[in-house]
Design a protein around this ligand. Structure first.
Ligand code: TRP
Length: 452
């Protein structure tokens, strides 16, 4: 029998796990990535497919990941090996953990660069840089940041150090604290911003853009992006939620916990959209701004809003915190592995992973300026890292997790870990994990490959 607690520690309460998992899920994916990808792909129809992926793939895979983590109680690599052995299966399942470690390292490298943009915007806002800004000025400000490699490097470095510091301190004293206070505050700020967009922006047009489905805008690639976004925003497919699950008490309900995390994450994404698109359309900007969308749009809100200096600064501070509580979960699987198998201390493990990701991140930030001519499939390093991880590695990890839980583990092990009433909801979940999630992922992959 695997251990009942992890050597790395345990959340003090179920609420702490919900907050930590929500902290992991809610981040740049919701506020930066979701609006700009929805904007690039025509809005409504994309959002609908995204919500479908969240419900039919994301929620069931999240339950599967937590279940595996809590049963294995180790880093994702060792958890997969242990559970495979328990079921008499091949050690090869450890690959799922390795894919996760690789994905996490690639994600952190560009995530830190974008979090660095947010850090930089804290100071731009705080020094009154948004005052009197118009749409052109706002675009120029963002372009100015991207074309400045030294500034990007400095912010990227600061954010990476922040991440490594928290991870080095461990589960309870580091991760739990930040999340408990800051997540509710971020939510309140978003309410304020949606309120502002409602009053001052073209709110109905924004709502329509976000919710009215125009299926002619939906390509096979957009469906792949919607699925990738569902994985990215829920932190699924690479063992982040698995390892958080390994710190969860044995008694907590996996189903209810997952539903809470998925609900909160989705709410934040939709609110970010509602805070942004009315302003974009009101200012005559195109929703297809790409990765700069929030950095060009939101300063316009703050430029006009009474008290915009304070609200703007506070918003970007909270965005940095949201990114921070996510980035720690991105490297936790790799750190736990180094501690377990290489015998490193948490401090050494955190530092090693952070330094490696920092180096790759430098490539990513240079792709925005001095290396902007080097592209592969029309993408620079940063875009490529983002595309490959979200749309290929995470769904692949999610597929393998669903297959493992749905087909390779005995139903008895699954039920004993899940500890839910074996009624209709359980049946629906098991059906989604066995059939819907793997088949949908495979289908979306194949459709997208056909296109190339
Ligand atoms: N979900 C986070 C966000 O939306 C990012 C993130 C944290 C993540 N951990 C992850 C993405 C693990 C993929 C895998 O910003």
């Amino acid at each position: 029998m695997p251990a009942t607690t992890s050597v790395h520690g345990q959340w003090t309460t179920r609420l702490a796990f919900i907050l930590a998992a929500t902290g992991s899920a809610v981040g740049l994916g919701n506020i930066w990535r979701f609006p700009y990808i929805a904007g690039d792909n025509g809005g409504g129809a994309f959002v609908l497919v995204y919500l479908g992926c969240i419900l039919l793939i994301g929620l069931p895979v999240m339950m599967a990941e937590i279940l595996l983590g809590r049963r294995g109680r180790q880093s994702p690599i060792n958890t997969m090996v242990t559970l495979a052995r328990e079921e008499g299966l091949s050690r090869g399942w450890g690959m799922v953990g390795w894919i996760g470690v690789l994905a996490g390292f690639l994600i952190l490298s560009f995530y830190s660069v974008v979090a660095g943009w947010s850090l930089s915007y804290v100071f731009k806002s705080g020094s009154g840089g948004f005052m009197g800004l118009d749409a052109d000025g706002s675009e120029a400000m963002f372009d100015g940041l991207l074309s400045n490699p030294e500034a990007l490097l400095a912010w990227h470095t600061i954010f990476m150090v922040m991440t490594a510091m928290v991870v080095a301190r461990g589960v309870q004293s580091g991760l739990e604290k930040a999340v408990t206070i800051l997540m509710p505050l971020l939510f309140v700020m978003l309410v304020v911003m949606v309120g502002y967009a409602m009053v001052e922006g073209r709110f109905i047009a924004g709502l329509e853009f976000l919710l009215y489905p125009d299926f002619s805008a939906l390509t096979a690639n957009a469906v792949l992006l919607a699925m990738g976004q569902a994985f990215f925003t829920l932190s699924l497919g690479m063992g982040a939620i698995m390892i958080y699950g390994s710190y969860l008490q044995s008694e907590a309900s996996i189903a209810r916990t997952s539903a809470a995390v998925v609900g909160a994450d989705t709410l934040v994404a939709i609110m970010a959209g509602l805070a942004i698109f009315p302003i974009v359309l009101g200012a005559g900007l195109s929703p297809e701004q790409g990765p700069g969308l929030i950095f060009v749009t939101l300063p316009l809100s703050f430029a006009e809003m009474p008290g915009g200096l304070y609200f703007g600064t506070m918003f970007f501070v909270l965005l940095v915190f949201a990114a921070w509580t996510s980035s720690i979960s991105i490297i936790e699987p790799a750190v736990a592995y180094l501690v377990e198998n290489v015998g490193m201390t948490r401090v050494a493990a955190s530092a090693s992973i952070a330094i490696a990701a920092w180096l790759l991140g430098i490539g990513a930030l240079l792709s925005l300026n001095v290396w902007s001519d080097y592209t592969l499939f029309n993408m620079g390093i940063l875009d490529l890292l983002d595309y490959v991880t979200a749309n290929i590695l995470l769904p692949l990890g999610g597929f393998l997790i669903a297959v493992f839980v749905g087909w390779r583990m005995t139903e008895r092990s699954v039920q004993s870990e899940l500890r839910m009433k074996l009624g209709g909801l359980y049946q629906i979940w098991y059906f989604l994990v066995r059939f819907v999630a793997p088949i949908a992922i495979l289908f979306v992959f194949l459709r997208a490959v056909e296109l190339i």
